[in-house]
Write a protein that binds this ligand. Structure first.
Ligand code: URA
Length: 192
């Protein structure tokens, strides 16, 4: 896909979120593997690039396991803005996107997927899984295996992973996440 079409999509998304600081997809515009996260955080907004800062360290580990470089893949998020909440003490922190926010972002994500036309979508956590699989999907049922999905705009392989941040809150997932990554490496070796 030519990057001009993606630029036009980014212009359309900007028009839908006036005044918001947005973080668009990054990487190879015709990549075979598209990684889809939830939403940018503070570092991503500051650098206008998905998966930098702490999330970027996770991405580096992820790519190392798979023997890929960031320039070979396309990385994006369901939400292009940073969903935040403000505490009583006035501290701003991340929050998961709401169902309405995910539904509003879904047509843009599907168009982004159509333009990049990857063979494989790798989703991180429940938000991107639900954006491509519907709101009944839960990561516990889908993680660690390749599934064929149809988005209306095309057919793709989907490989769902837990969000790397979930391992920080739930260390018992660490082994599962490592096993899922090994499964993904095996799948890529056979199919890509
Ligand atoms: N987590 C995500 O899901 N996306 C980012 O871009 C950064 C952290």
């Amino acid at each position: 896909m030519d990057s001009n079409s993606l630029e036009r999509l980014y212009d359309r998304i900007s028009g839908a979120y006036p005044g918001q600081e947005l973080v668009f997809g990054d990487g190879k515009p015709d990549a075979g593997l598209m990684l889809v996260g939830e939403a940018p955080g503070r570092d991503e907004v500051a650098q206008k690039k998905p998966f930098v800062g702490r999330a970027g360290q996770n991405l580096t580990g992820f790519l190392k396991t798979l023997g890929l470089s960031r320039t070979e893949i396309y990385v994006t998020n369901v939400c292009k803005f940073r969903p935040t909440k403000v505490s009583a003490k006035n501290t701003v922190s991340n929050r998961p996107p709401t169902r309405e926010e995910i539904l509003a972002a879904q047509p843009f994500l599907w168009e982004e997927i159509r333009l990049v036309a990857p063979r494989l979508l790798v989703t991180l956590g429940n938000t991107p899984l639900r954006a491509v699989r519907g709101f009944n999907a839960v990561i516990g049922d889908h993680h660690g295996k390749a599934e064929r999905i149809s988005l209306g705009t095309g057919e793709y392989w989907l490989f769902a992973l837990y969000h790397p941040a979930s391992i920080i809150y739930n260390p018992s997932l660490k082994e599962t996440y490592s096993q899922d990554l090994s499964n993904l490496a095996v799948w890529l070796g056979k199919n890509i």
